[in-house]
Design a protein around this ligand. Structure first.
Ligand SMILES: Cc1ncc(COP(=O)(O)O)c(C=O)c1O
Length: 379
């Protein structure tokens, strides 16, 4: 029988740690401490140690991590928040929910991360127009590839803006050995099940090097509480990480280093088996390989590739089929942010060109060779 290939494989991982998961979950069931149990603190300590960032605060999702981080800065009406047009919806949704205006920036055609010359241009345009205050930049480490944090931090420092590292797809990645979590003012993580570190439901965390910010995040995730249990200091939200999810993540942390190495090994196999066919993501040190995304010449070439992979029984994903400024939910905000809105040609083109191939730590070289053979035949 041919070995099935999964786009993401959570079953293989679960089989390795099933006994520990059962024991950890049973301990939570016995303790009855489903909210803010000791596993949450234990996980926060592990995450902060792993990232080397000093502080980690468990929260209910990556989206809520973004929201808490922006609430802590007081981001709201009249503020412009700059972010890439080619990313997941949550990055843009949060500033809008808080009354701020997302300003979409184009991305680089090779790294798929924010084009920082375009970012500079748009900050200058917003400042010149004078209607909105340039307030924050959300850099996204798309598909696991760390963004150019030295430059984003410099741009934010020059313009008095807050830098937020949306590392939802990139936990475990690093730049020169410094892990994500240490860049910008704060780093939201997502533990959505298919992320590099995923739980069995929704979950997330905020990493930061700033103890005052971490304390504020703890308050905001619990309705703005402070001082005593029923003292409400500020408007917050219910944004806590469940104890059971923390227990699950603690089991998975034991595999995490090995899994990151396995993802990098997969990327190497793809390069070896696919070199010279289609545009492949560049192998760079510190890439977390949340997704493995290739780029085709145009929409027709991608449609042919999709048909070929479907026929061969190879799963794939398209992240993302539409740039955010074309989403009905964001079109009006985009039209009002800068008038007229400068074009976003790379983000628009990539939505017709990209597709993601199976990427997870439990692939074998024969799996990658099978995917590659199907890709080669259609390239
Ligand atoms: C770049 C990015 N930001 C934010 C999020 C939101 O994370 P969550 O689904 O945990 O709310 C995701 C999740 O897919 C994401 O990919």
């Amino acid at each position: 029988m041919i070995r099935p290939i999964a786009l993401f494989d959570m079953a293989a991982q679960q089989a390795l740690i099933r006994d520990r998961l059962d024991a950890r979950i049973a301990a939570v069931l016995s303790s009855g401490r489903f909210i803010n149990g000791p596993e949450v603190t234990e996980l926060e300590t592990r995450l902060a140690e792993f990232a080397g960032c000093g502080h980690a605060v468990g929260v209910s999702s990556g989206t809520d991590a973004l929201q808490i981080a922006m609430m802590a800065e007081g981001i709201g009406r009249g503020d412009a928040v700059f972010l890439p047009a080619f990313t997941y919806t949550a990055t843009a949704e949060v500033p809008l929910v808080l009354g701020a205006t997302p300003v979409f920036c184009d991305v680089d055609p090779v790294t798929f991360n924010m084009d920082l010359d375009d970012l500079r241009r748009r900050i200058a345009l917003v400042a010149a127009e004078g209607r909105l205050r340039p307030r924050a930049v959300v850099g996204v480490d798309l598909f696991g590839r760390p963004a150019d944090w030295a430059t984003i931090e410099a741009i934010c420092a020059e313009n008095g803006m807050f830098a937020l590292d949306d590392a939802a797809q990139a936990f475990g990645g690093d730049i020169g050995g410094r892990r994500l979590g240490c860049f910008g003012g704060a780093t939201p993580l997502s533990f959505y099940p298919t992320k590099t570190l995923g739980c069995y439901g929704d979950g997330g965390a905020l990493l930061t090097q700033d103890g005052d910010r971490a304390a504020l995040y703890r308050s905001l995730r619990t309705h703005g509480e402070g001082g005593g249990r029923y003292e409400v200091l500020r408007t917050g939200m219910n944004g806590r990480l469940d104890t059971i999810q923390a227990a699950i993540l603690l089991c998975k942390m034991e595999l995490f280093d090995g899994e990151l190495a396995a993802r990098a090994r997969d990327a190497g196999w793809y390069t070896a088996h696919l070199g010279g066919t289609v545009a492949l993501p560049k192998i760079i040190p510190g890439h977390a390989w949340g997704l493995y995304t290739i780029k085709l010449a145009d929409g027709a070439a991608r449609a042919r590739m999709q048909d070929a992979l479907r026929a061969a029984g190879i799963p794939f994903g398209v992240y993302y089929p539409k740039p955010l400024h074309h989403q009905p939910a964001y079109a009006a905000a985009h039209a009002q942010a800068l008038v007229p809105p400068p074009p976003l040609p790379v983000s628009e083109a990539l939505c017709h060109q990209v597709m993601s191939l199976p990427m997870h730590p439990y692939l074998e070289e024969q799996d990658v060779a099978r995917v590659a053979a199907a890709v080669r035949a259609a390239a």
